[in-house]
Design a protein around this ligand. Structure first.
Ligand SMILES: NC(=O)c1ccc[n+]([C@@H]2O[C@H](COP(=O)([O-])OP(=O)(O)OC[C@H]3O[C@@H](n4cnc5c(N)ncnc54)[C@H](OP(=O)(O)O)[C@@H]3O)[C@@H](O)[C@H]2O)c1
Length: 255
């Protein structure tokens, strides 16, 4: 399949004010993409935009909340009016909450689902009609290796990411016949304000700049799944195939 060169392309990225998203803004702009960036904190987006070297691709800010469908539709309409058709959308906004059974809180878990899974759905609903109309487009939502299989204290987070992975694998059957590519981005641990909250040792931790480079390289190759870092991605892939008692014993010992 033909490579996807982001140079000159219009890319819409959410969750761009911090962590992986912020690093992606710099990486995409350095590769010559024209990047429309979204997150709730517009002032932070503006300060990131101000740091982009002038020789790199253009960056424009479109603040908004990914949980609000009307806002996402308005943003897509504005981006396409001001920057042209969106070639690539990267729904990346998301967060994490720990799941502790003694403090079980279904409202908290549902609002996490609303952001991680729902936010992706809102963005896809906003951008997809234009892509379908043009008969081409590219979606690269950021899920997580945590969506592969249950992990301690990650019940709500893992469920939201598993929902994303399952949903994207399913719609790919239909969308590939309409000229739309889907890459499912599944990072392991990446050093960001999100993981700075973690109180445990994070194996194979990579920095956000490395993550952004791997994601952009994977998009260039139109990889179905951009899972990293190696070998952590393979360890968790193999773990998916283990019988439950073996998997539980290993996780109990290592996590
Ligand atoms: N870090 C990791 O190890 C890791 C591993 C696997 C997957 N991921 C996934 O990668 C994505 C980015 O994570 P990160 O580590 O970079 O986290 P982060 O540094 O906390 O950044 C999260 C981003 O999401 C935005 N956001 C949150 N709620 C939003 C909303 N309602 N509307 C619009 N934007 C919103 C935040 O901006 P505002 O606050 O300005 O809105 C921020 O830009 C997430 O989906 C996360 O689950 C991360």
């Amino acid at each position: 399949m033909k490579r996807f060169n982001v140079a000159g392309k219009c890319v819409w990225l959410t969750g761009a004010s911090s962590g992986i998203g912020e690093a992606l803004v710099f990486e995409l702009a350095a590769r010559g993409a024209r990047v429309a960036i979204t997150a709730r904190r517009g002032d932070v987006l503006e300060s990131i935009k101000a740091k982009i070297p002038s020789a790199h691709g253009e960056v424009r800010c479109f603040p908004g909340d990914v949980c609000e469908l009307t806002q996402m539709k308005e943003i897509v309409a504005r981006v396409e009016r001001e920057m042209g058709p969106i070639d690539l959308a990267i729904p990346n906004a998301g967060t994490h909450v720990f799941t502790v059974p003694e403090a079980f809180n279904s409202d908290e878990y549902l609002s996490l689902m609303q952001l991680n899974f729902g936010g992706m759905l809102r963005c896809i609903e906003a951008v997809l009609p234009g892509m379908l109309g043009r008969g081409r487009g590219y979606l690269a939502p950021v899920a997580s290796l945590a969506g592969y299989r249950g992990l301690p204290r990650a019940a709500a987070y893992g469920a939201s990411k598993a929902a994303m992975i399952h949903f994207l694998e399913s719609i790919r059957f239909h969308l590939k016949t309409k000229g739309i590519t889907i890459s499912i981005v599944n990072p392991g641990f990446v050093k960001t304000p999100l993981t700075d909250k973690n109180d445990f040792r994070m194996p194979f931790l990579v920095d956000a700049q490395q993550a952004a480079k791997i994601i952009c390289d994977g998009i260039a190759r139109r990889k179905r799944e951009i899972a990293f870092p190696f070998p952590f991605n393979w360890v968790l892939k193999i773990a998916r195939m283990l019988p439950d008692p073996v998997y539980e014993k290993i996780v109990d010992r290592c996590w």
